[in-house]
Design a protein around this ligand. Structure first.
Ligand SMILES: [Zn+2]
Length: 323
């Protein structure tokens, strides 16, 4: 029997697991709740217990696996296979992660941050078509990113490489970012960023719009409401999507002018707007991209959805085979 891979997508509310073939096909998947109580001390033991339970259930042993890969939020220390802090897991300082999982399961382990791991997943069997040069941008509560250049994830000297969300796209009058800077892509293209752009544009918009009226009335308006209204021809909402697309087109063109990837893959919750959003980003991308980049780099929407994490984590495990 050919060997398999285990992919783990560790998140603040659920931990997703997958058993995959070496070709990236998901054979089994399951999930457990993330217990973040007591400084998240139950998380690693829960992972170990769930893996042992499932392996026994499927009649599999350590020899059936090449490795275990994991994507984690927070600050990841790849050299020590661990996480040095993750706000949404209640992990305040350095944890024992890889060492415990390897000891308990007897299977080699590798870890990287969740955005990098999702990038690996999309690159491997998703929109990236297994090309060695793929940039992944995830639009969710924040804006994350992962860069694969010449087949390698870019980490940088301090692990902060590929932080596309903090590319400055509005240097003059930008909104404050959680990183301490102003005008980062995340402040205008994350779920909350889209709403901030809407609030700003609402101040000077004079036409009829249900979305503008809702904002002016202090009602809760989400990025999803704005995209849905834009698709239904609300001209104010449309102007918001246009502005957000401008920022994303500018950012993806700037990244591509440096890296000339095969594709820039847009994922995450906001990307559910699909082709409606993609075609607009592409319009601005084509405005700002360098001639050779324009004709060779493609703007795509992610294909793997929620499975990108476990598939990318399995891809990380697959690399252990070549080490
Ligand atoms: Zn920032």
């Amino acid at each position: 029997m050919s060997q398999k891979l285990i992919g783990i997508d560790l998140g603040g509310t659920t931990i997703k697991f997958g058993i995959l073939t070496l070709e990236g096909e998901v054979q089994e998947k399951w999930a457990i709740e993330t217990n973040t109580l007591e400084d998240g001390k139950h998380i690693v033991p829960d992972i170990v217990a769930s893996l042992k339970h499932r392996l026994a259930l499927y009649g599999l042993s350590k020899d059936d696996f090449v490795g275990i890969g994991m994507g984690s939020p927070g600050a990841v220390d790849r050299d020590h296979n661990t996480v040095t802090g993750a706000f949404n897991l209640n992990w305040k300082d350095r944890q024992e992660v890889g060492s415990i999982i390897e000891k308990e399961l007897g299977i080699p382990f590798a870890i990287d941050n969740d955005a990098n791991v999702a990038a690996l997943g999309e690159r491997w069997v998703g929109a990236g078509d297994n090309n060695p040069d793929v940039v992944f941008v995830t639009l969710g509560t924040g804006v994350g990113g992962g860069i694969i250049a010449d087949g390698n994830l870019i980490h940088g000297v301090a692990g902060a490489g590929g932080e596309i969300g903090h590319m400055i796209v509005e240097p003059e009058n930008g909104f404050a970012c959680t990183c301490g800077s102003y005008g980062c892509l995340e402040t205008v293209a994350s779920a909350t960023g889209v709403v901030k752009v809407a609030r700003l544009l609402a101040e000077s918009y004079e036409g009829d719009s249900a979305i503008k009226a809702a904002i002016d009335n202090g009602e809760v308006v989400t990025s999803k409401d704005i995209f849905m209204a834009a698709e239904a021809s609300d001209s104010f909402a449309d102007s918001v999507v246009e502005k957000v697309s401008f920022y994303l087109g500018l950012a993806t063109a700037n990244i591509s002018n440096i890296l000339n990837p095969d594709s820039v893959v847009i994922g995450g919750g906001v990307s559910a707007a699909g082709e409606f959003l993609r075609s607009r980003i592409e319009k601005y991308f084509l405005t700002f991209a360098f001639p050779q980049v324009k004709t060779s780099t493609k703007i795509k929407i992610a294909e793997l959805g929620n499975d990108a994490g476990i598939i990318g984590a399995a891809s990380l495990a697959n690399q252990l085979a070549s080490k």
